[in-house]
Design a protein around this ligand. Structure first.
Ligand SMILES: [Fe+2]
Ligand SMILES: [Fe+2]
Length: 126
């Protein structure tokens, strides 16, 4: 179990680095469209992989909040893919939010929902 939890937390660090790269690529003056798209795609791929792993850990632990959590993951994935599509079609300009939406998006999910799971799993009452 300890391994599962340290993997989750390593994933979170990695996601947060990838978000920083998105923010950087969006705010850099010499950044190209493909730099930004690469950064966004790397984030999406890492998020997808992380969500699968995290849901597997939750399933194994019998977490009662799993379906709600799964729903939030699906929603995050959808928002990110939609964003990438809109960006690709030129409907979002790189500096419209400077990538900060992603930062608050994932920060909120990790701080609120992932931590709910971690405190549930470390509580002696289940
Ligand atoms: Fe999560
Ligand atoms: Fe997570």
């Amino acid at each position: 179990m300890t391994n599962d939890y340290s993997t989750i937390s390593a994933d979170h660090d990695r996601l947060s680095q990838l978000i920083d790269l998105v923010v950087e690529s969006m705010s850099a003056k010499n950044s190209t469209k493909s730099n930004i798209e690469n950064a966004l795609t790397n984030l999406l791929n890492a998020a997808k992989e992380h969500f699968i792993n995290e849901e597997r850990v939750m399933e194994k632990a019998g977490y009662p909040g799993l379906s709600k959590h799964r729903y939030d993951h699906a929603h995050l994935k959808q928002c990110l893919s939609d964003y990438i599509r809109l960006f690709d079609h030129g409907m979002i300009s790189p500096n419209s939010d400077g990538g900060s939406a992603f930062k608050s998006w994932l920060d909120f999910h990790i701080k609120k929902m992932d931590n709910e799971f971690l405190s549930w799993s470390s509580s002696p009452h289940h």
